[in-house]
Unconditional design. Structure first.
Length: 81
């Protein structure tokens, strides 16, 4: 796993972790804690063996599956002339 800090806001750095394929596996964003200390909110990403993102876990711990394919979208009817 690789990580790269990016940007600064009030001397706080966001951190992004990558797997060996270069896919983002986790982001940690600075957030003001209740005691004045910086806390990080974390979002995690999971991928299948062919690099399709399969899941996102939000900072609140909610797991949101990714759409498996384009059939999950509503198709608009095509215009006919």
């Amino acid at each position: 796993m690789y990580h790269r800090p990016s940007g600064e806001q009030a001397n706080n750095t966001a951190i992004t972790d990558y797997n060996v394929r270069g896919e983002v596996t986790r982001t940690r964003m600075p957030h003001a804690g209740t005691d004045g200390q910086v806390e990080y909110v974390t979002t995690e990403f999971a991928y299948d063996e062919v690099s399709n993102r399969t899941k996102v876990t939000t900072p609140r711990g909610v797991e949101a599956p990714e759409a498996e394919d384009a059939t999950d979208f509503i198709a608009e009817p095509s215009a006919t002339s």
